[in-house]
Design a protein around this ligand. Structure first.
Ligand code: 6GU
Length: 247
């Protein structure tokens, strides 16, 4: 997969793209992550990328031409670097508070793609022609306001890239973690069996794997009921489990 991020602050991505699991994923050749400064595509002599809105009113609006030019250049570069014939059109994703809320389901959809292009702004608005004629998706990460789309883009990229096969060392962890099962995770323990009088539940030390699986499932159900009852409706539960939860 290839991921390009259009931003005025490409240096914000240095740490995230170069470190830990995302850095390793690139070294392994599983993903290519690039941050592009779209100010380099400004067409006026002061390199401005925003302007006052037609019709008046406050705030500045991101101009369409630098964004379109940056996307076109990214596509040209991709075609030069790709030896195989490019097949799939990229997903062009505008990060904005008005977008669809990003979820695990959206991450699972985006990991199927070959090429993602994220657009991050710091402005009151984007020229509507960017939305109408360029982007395929508009994403927000939740109902709170941030100063720009960079942190939200990093959140989305991290959650998509970790789903690429081979990126996580332990392939079962992406399948069993919260949200993929539709339930919150059960409690985890490691050595020592007793720490300052606080004990690990006996069942986990028993070596009885059927009992351990049953305990973990029950703990997941209890935790989800207590913390996120809204998730239970969509979760895959047996009839017995639904009756047990209704009690
Ligand atoms: Cl994508 N952008 C901004 N500025 N704020 C946000 C957001 C995006 N998602 C949640 N808050």
């Amino acid at each position: 997969m290839r991921v390009d991020v259009l931003t005025l602050f490409p240096e914000m991505f240095d740490g995230v793209f170069g470190t830990s699991i995302l850095g390793k994923a690139q070294t392994k050749g599983l993903v290519s992550l690039n941050a592009v400064n779209f100010r380099n595509y400004a067409t006026n002599k002061h390199n401005t990328v925003d302007d006052t809105p037609y019709g008046g009113g406050g705030g500045m609006v991101l101009k369409p031409d630098p964004i379109f030019a940056a996307v076109e250049d990214v596509l040209e570069k991709r075609n030069e670097e790709t030896t195989t014939v490019p097949t799939k059109a990229p997903r062009i994703i505008l990060m904005c508070p008005q977008g669809e809320t990003f979820t695990q389901k959206k991450a699972e959809e985006l990991v199927q793609e070959d090429h993602l292009i994220f657009i991050c702004g710091h402005y009151e608005g984007y020229d509507e022609r960017i939305r109408e004629f360029l982007v395929t998706d508009e994403l927000s990460i939740g109902d709170y306001v941030l100063t720009g789309g960079e942190l939200p883009a990093m959140v989305a990229i991290d959650s998509v890239v970790r789903l690429i096969p081979g990126v996580l060392g332990n392939e079962t962890s992406a399948v069993t973690d919260s949200f993929s099962t539709g339930l919150l995770e059960y409690p985890h323990y490691t050595r020592p069996p007793e720490f300052r009088g606080m004990k690990v539940p006996d069942v986990l030390l028993s070596g009885h794997h059927l009992n351990i699986d049953a305990w973990r499932r029950e703990q997941s159900l209890i935790r989800t009921l207590e913390r996120r009852p809204d998730m239970l409706e969509a979760a895959e539960l047996t009839d017995k489990e639904r009756i047990w939860l209704d009690k």
